[in-house]
Design a protein around this ligand. Structure first.
Ligand code: F3S
Length: 395
């Protein structure tokens, strides 16, 4: 065995800290050995995915309940979106049966001490690591954001390995935790102008196509808002399967590593081509959604401004975290949005909610939402800038 454990880690593996901790350490040591880790690293933050009952089913819930018998998390741990708004599930048309089972899942996490805020943007609601910190996150968009925009260090965990990290406070030292696996492998020279979240999402898709899984160092992006980086992280992770990128003068590790020799140039035309690629012919738009990844407070404020004294003519969901929704309630944004007939859905999203087949044509500003709405829910999709998405909703 090449993996060396400290006394405490060995005691966890030997069952001295209880059955759940032992099971968790078994998962982590097995992973560490597969990937050739030499030691475990302490983690300070965990994000768990696979929360929707639609994905877990009874076998997943049974596994969770077995860990919840004596398992307690050792570090700050939050959850990915669930299959429904945990409080107002009825307004989204979720069945009582599904709701009952989803709440059983949440209860099991709660028993283990997990903060049951269900969001893919934990970094917007208090689960925010700092530069260089080792963490264990399982949500591809949040992983790319944490590694690239924050400069924290995490692999793309799965639900079980993230939960195991939470129960032990450890993760094996391999992958993106190590300097050598964070270095850029190809330069992307971008020639063009990015104006909004849609454009950043399209660039992420364009990069994924040409970089073929390599870590990119992007030149030519002048500036980016948190919302644009959130959308870009989701897109590059979804279409490219990578968990880290660097942008010159924007992301914190841009000066850390030597630059690679290979350069690929992408232009505005490439961005436009990918926008077109994510825009199907739709006769009848019946679903409009914003908030993939979960909407920030600033996005909800803008949506409220655009929907003021208007009425939506289609089913419209703005998906976000519960803490952000609560601030939106306090600021009066929720009231404006609901008066317009749109819905703010907390704790969930249009991908993990069980809505397959319920709609035909969806409009969004998110490249990631396009990917899953097409692939998982069989919807036709169109990607537009936020203002045009709202125009579509009210026309
Ligand atoms: Fe988040 Fe759901 Fe999109 S989990 S990143 S809103 S697919």
């Amino acid at each position: 065995m090449t993996l060396e454990l400290t006394k405490e880690e060995q005691a966890m593996l030997d069952g001295e800290y209880g059955r759940a901790t032992q099971k968790a350490m078994e998962i982590l040591t097995a992973l560490g050995e597969i990937y050739g880790a030499k030691k475990m690293l302490p983690v300070t933050s965990v994000q768990i995915s696979g929360v929707s009952y639609a994905n877990l089913g009874e076998p997943g819930l049974k596994f969770l309940n077995s860990l919840a018998t004596d398992g307690k998390v050792r570090v700050l741990t939050t959850l990915n979106p669930a299959g429904m708004d945990l409080e107002e599930w009825e307004k989204l048309g979720i069945s009582e049966d599904f709701a009952k089972n989803q709440l059983r899942v949440i209860a099991a996490f709660q028993k283990m001490g997990v903060v049951t805020t269900a969001t893919c943007t934990p970094y917007l609601v208090g689960n925010i690591p700092h530069y260089g910190e080792h963490i264990a996150w399982a949500e591809s968009s949040a992983v790319a954001f944490a590694n690239s925009v924050i400069g924290a260090r995490t692999n793309r965990e799965g639900g079980p390995s993230a939960l195991a990290a939470a129960l032990t406070g450890r993760t094996p030292a391999y992958g993106y935790h190590l300097d050598q696996n964070r270095k850029p492998q190809v330069i992307i020279q971008f020639e063009g102008k990015l104006e909004n979240v849609r454009d950043f999402g399209a660039l992420g898709k364009a990069i994924a196509e040409v970089a073929k899984g390599k870590i990119v160092y992007i030149k030519g992006v002048q500036n980016a808002t948190i919302e644009e980086l959130k959308g870009f992280s989701a897109s590059i992770a979804t279409y490219g399967g990578v968990g880290i990128y660097h942008i010159e003068r924007i992301t914190p590790e841009w000066k850390e590593y030597a630059l690679p020799d290979e350069t690929i140039t992408l232009t505005q035309k490439d961005v436009s081509r990918h926008i077109n690629e994510m825009s199907d012919e739709i006769d009848d738009v019946d679903f409009v959604t914003i908030g993939c990844p979960h909407a920030s407070l600033r996005e909800i404020e803008i949506i409220a401004e655009l929907l003021k004294e208007k009425k939506v003519t289609k089913e419209m969901w703005i998906t976000t975290s519960r803490p952000v929704k609560e601030i939106a309630d306090q600021m009066g944004y929720t009231k404006i949005i609901e008066n317009a007939g749109a819905k703010i859905a907390a704790d969930t999203c249009a991908v993990v909610a069980p809505i397959k087949g319920r709609f035909k044509g969806m409009v969004t500003n998110s490249a990631k939402a396009c990917y899953y709405a097409r692939g998982r829910n069989n919807f036709k999709v169109q990607i537009k800038p936020l203002k045009e998405v709202i125009r579509e909703a009210i026309q």
